[in-house]
Ligand binder design. Structure first.
Ligand code: UD1
Length: 424
């Protein structure tokens, strides 16, 4: 498997363009299943997860074509209803096809996702929502079989504002008969993006981006559209944090500060000079970061997907910080890897105490998941010597050419391809 070699010590200078949001593009691609014909989605990041979603759609019979960052999904003749374990195992988010499949075919057979490196990740809220709308489920050899002769509107209370459950239910509800209300809905910008595209396709949705989303089902009849993916706030935050660790002056082009308010507030408290502008976000860091406490919460709280990168920032801060993770139960597993680089972090349940050290030291470390991998890269920018990061395939799931873009900012990052006879 490929490795990244990162030599720390160089400040970042210049500008970097942020790509389309992974967590939006995946759902927009799934939503294409609702319409018959060619849906065109622009600004899709060419990352492993989006390629996997392309494979999921192709397995369902759609034709998927990439031209640069534009993806065309042609669903004419997409009659498949099954998503196999091989694809769901590669990417849990494959289960967001459940809603569109139920809406379009009244039937779906989707492999049950297992746990992953950040927690057990149930889908009970998705299923409870579909059940309220008239769907029935059976389990068969690791597969979930869903049937709904007709979906009807319902009031659905989510115990937790789950992003995936909100999106899955939304994509089924637009085609149901009657009105569906999702209470305690997730409010992430990616949900607003999805609702925006569904409305362009002919859906009737009010309140996306708030805790109550009301959907007037149309019974189907959606038109394929052309839609542009919202910029990736997690990638924007990752670059901003890289500057906070390495120092320097970077313009993050296309970053939307209105999607990052809590994060930018914390980075300012940590000593960064952040200026939002028409082109994007200017981030300057002249000194070592200062400690800050933070707590992850559903949007608009501090995103759990930036928690590992923020821990990398705080690991070299002046003073002691406390981080609290409220979204995923096992999202501190990467801390042992950071500590191997000389960080001083202790965890207790869902809290972490980060005692800032003056300098990290390079060590061989692993990327344990997409964002933990990004955290390793960021930490390595401030380490003495050359850090070797293995399991880079996790980073490739969520970041397009991270090493190329950091190198363009002056960082010393290079990829070493696995030798063909190295053990997997
Ligand atoms: C999405 C994002 C992920 C992000 C997360 C939280 C995608 C592809 N992924 O994941 O990057 O970290 O939102 O912002 O968009 N839960 C249940 N039952 C359910 C559903 C969720 O208990 O039916 C729990 C999960 O185990 C987790 C929490 O709710 O502890 C949040 O999960 P959720 O918001 O659903 O995250 P995802 O949609 O999986």
């Amino acid at each position: 498997m490929d490795r990244l070699l990162v030599t720390g010590g160089t400040p970042l200078e210049g500008s970097v363009r942020v790509g389309g949001a992974k967590n939006s593009a995946l759902k927009l691609m799934a939503a294409a299943l609702l319409a018959e014909g060619e849906t065109v989605i622009e600004n899709v990041p060419r990352i492993a997860d989006c390629l996997t979603m392309g494979d999921v759609l192709a397995h369902l019979g759609a034709r998927v074509r990439w031209e640069g960052s534009t993806v065309t999904v042609d669903t004419s003749g997409a009659a498949g209803v099954e998503t196999p374990y091989e694809l769901v195992r590669r990417m849990r988010a494959s289960i967001v096809v459940l809603g569109p499949l139920l809406a379009r075919h009244g039937r779906a057979r989707v492999a049950m996702p297992g746990g992953c490196n950040i927690g057990s990740r149930q889908i009970d809220l998705h299923l409870k929502g579909f059940e309220r709308m008239g769907a029935e489920f059976t389990y068969d050899h690791g597969y979930l079989e869903a049937t709904a002769s007709s979906l009807h509107g319902a009031v659905i209370w989510l115990d937790f504002p789950s992003v995936g459950a909100t999106e899955n239910v939304l994509m089924a509800a637009v085609a149901a008969s009657g009105t569906t209300v999702i209470e305690n809905a997730a409010r992430e910008p990616e949900i607003q993006d999805l609702a925006g595209m569904l409305v362009e396709m002919g859906a009737k949705i009010e309140g996306a981006g708030t805790t109550t989303v009301e959907i007037e089902g149309t019974g189907g009849g959606f038109e394929p559209v052309r839609h542009r993916v919202v910029p990736d706030r997690i990638e924007s935050g990752t670059f901003a944090m890289a500057v906070c660790v390495a120092g320097g002056n970077v313009m993050i082009e296309g970053a939307r500060s209105d999607h990052l308010e809590m994060v930018l507030d914390k980075l300012s408290d940590a000593g960064a000079d952040i200026q939002p502008g028409d082109r994007g976000l200017s981030v300057k860091m002249a000194d070592r970061p200062v400690s800050v406490d933070f707590v992850t919460l559903p949007y608009p709280g501090f995103p759990t997907d930036l928690q590992p990168q923020m821990m990398a920032v705080l690991s070299t801060a002046r003073g002691t910080s406390i981080a609290t993770e409220n979204v995923f139960e096992s999202r501190f597993m990467f801390v042992d890897e950071l500590n191997r680089m000389g960080a001083d972090i202790r965890t207790e349940g869902h809290h972490a105490v980060i005692r800032g050290v003056e300098r990290l030291s390079a060590a061989p470390v692993r990327a344990l998941d997409i964002r933990a991998g990004a955290a390793m890269v960021i930490a390595a920018l401030a380490a003495d010597g050359t850090t070797e990061i293995s399991d880079v395939h996790f980073i490739d799931r969520g970041y397009e050419d991270l090493e190329g873009r950091l190198s363009a900012l002056g960082a010393e990052v290079r990829r070493e391809a696995a030798s063909p006879d190295a053990p997997a």
